[in-house]
Design a protein around this ligand. Structure first.
Ligand code: ZN
Length: 475
């Protein structure tokens, strides 16, 4: 905000101040205008700002950005995430430090930029991965290669043990792509705003917190973080049903197998879940006395009580790998547990979405979060096209001609274009979106739907293909 005032003080835009390269490919900005007349819509997505030498400044409200653009003090640098570049140099800008918060998921990763001091959510995004797609493609390829080998060579027994050792950091391509997606976006955000801290969700449950927790009865039901984490853990461990009678979809209470009255501890291994009926029936009996008539069940419960929850301890290789690769950025990384995220989110009464989860990751989460009106940017990973020579039929035979070398029209699938089609033509009007480039004409995926058969001469490139597709969701 500060440099807005400074800008106004500069009366004339001197040529020397504009040490930006000429922004010839830049067209006028199309920032969504806040609707509702005098009552301004609160649903905004902040605009990133960089100075003349592309150093990040504080992100601004879209209204401010529009003003700067209209006054010719800035130009559009990037469409997604929307970034403007100032044309006037600013001496010693004051930039607020932001924290990038990541909630890695298998299909979708939530990303949020939060100002720890003010609690303001500056920007939010949901990144959709393409792990499944990669797996399917590789399976296809393997099938085709095996089929071809069987057709063209004599039989030879398969040899499995002739592979080189995999590197320690090796991950399957589908998981690797998730990590790469996240790292790409952390790097991109670091280029357009001042990020000084990273928070990520690393584990599902914080085992240490639970082991050390000195908590008594009431706290399990309401309140403290440790109690909350314990409850989530137990629900997972005992399958969300009553340990004694197996009843599901009923309110469950935390149960001490060896009751507190008989010196039972609060340790996780002494806790289970019971429905109200069973809990009352058991009372202060020891579990061995309570289940004296059901020795099989008793044996099963005692065995399960001792076994730690396998995947909940969450040695999640992908997340750890992400953690190690984020360490390279040399920013302080704060790790949170899934239980803590949920606790933060529930305490602030926020809905469950990927980006809200990201906002709530970690202990640093500000108490007064400002999340109203944040419109997350949905980012979908598309990859950079395939290198397959020709497509296969379901039997593994080539079904298309070999791929032509390159299209000569200068566009690529994934480019964001603006097409202005004259009124006498079929798809008349202005269309903005991601294109699928063909030899003859393009298809444009616009906000309102797909427009087909747009000639290349009506298209103007707004942003080069970068392997992702974008859409802005309403809050
Ligand atoms: Zn029960």
């Amino acid at each position: 905000m500060l440099y807005g005032c400074r800008l106004n003080r500069i009366t004339r835009v001197s040529a020397s101040a504009c040490n930006v390269k000429p922004l010839s490919n830049i067209v006028e900005a199309t920032i969504t205008r806040a609707t509702g007349g005098s009552q301004r819509s609160k649903h905004v997505s902040n605009v990133f700002v960089v100075d003349t030498s592309k150093r990040p400044l504080d992100p601004v409200h879209p209204g401010k950005a529009r003003l700067l653009l209209n006054q010719g003090k800035a130009a559009v640098l990037k469409r997604y995430p929307f970034t403007i570049i100032l044309k006037v140099a600013i001496a010693d800008p004051v930039v607020a430090n932001l924290r990038i918060k990541i909630d890695p998921g298998s299909k979708t990763t939530g990303i949020a930029l939060v100002n720890d001091q003010s609690g303001e959510v500056i920007f939010a995004a949901e990144l959709n991965h393409r792990g499944q797609q990669i797996k399917a493609d590789l399976d296809d390829r393997r099938g085709v290669r095996r089929g071809r080998r069987n057709r063209h060579t004599r039989y030879r027994a398969p040899r499995f043990a002739n592979r080189r050792h995999k590197k320690k950091c090796w991950l399957p391509p589908s998981l690797q792509s998730r990590i790469s997606n996240i790292l790409t976006w952390v790097a991109r955000f670091m280029r357009v705003c001042s990020i000084t801290n990273i928070s990520m969700e690393l584990v599902k449950f914080d085992m240490q917190l639970m082991e050390n927790a000195e908590i008594s009865g009431v706290e399990y039901q309401q309140g403290t973080l440790a109690g909350y984490e314990v409850r989530e853990y137990l629900l997972e461990k005992w399958g969300r049903k009553c340990t004694y009678c197996g009843k599901e979809n009923t309110p469950l209470q935390i149960e001490h197998m060896v009751p507190r009255a008989k010196d039972g501890t609060n340790r996780i291994s002494n806790l289970c879940l019971a429905c109200e009926k069973c809990n009352i029936a058991k009372g202060t009996k020891d579990i061995k006395d309570f289940l004296v008539a059901k020795p099989d069940l008793l044996k099963k419960i005692l065995a399960q009580a001792k076994a730690p929850l396998k995947d909940a301890a969450a040695v999640n290789s992908t997340r750890w790998e992400l953690f190690h690769r984020l360490e390279v950025l040399e920013l302080p990384i704060e790790c949170g547990s899934g239980g803590l995220t949920k606790y933060n989110r529930t305490m602030q009464e926020l809905p469950k979405t990927h980006w809200v989860d990201a906002v709530c990751v970690g202990k640093s989460t500000p108490e007064a979060l400002q999340v109203t009106g944040v419109r997350p940017l949905t980012i979908r990973a598309y990859g950079h096209g395939c290198r397959q020579m020709c497509l296969m039929s379901r039997y593994g035979f080539p079904r298309t001609d070999p791929k032509a070398k390159h299209f000569k029209h200068g566009f690529k699938t994934g480019d964001i274009v603006k097409a202005i089609v004259p009124s006498q033509l079929k798809n008349a009007g202005t269309h903005v979106g991601r294109i699928s480039a063909r030899a003859g004409s393009f298809d444009i995926a616009t906000k309102t739907g797909k427009v087909t058969q747009i000639g290349k001469k009506y298209c103007q490139k707004l942003q080069r293909a970068d392997g992702y597709g974008y859409s802005q969701r309403s809050a």
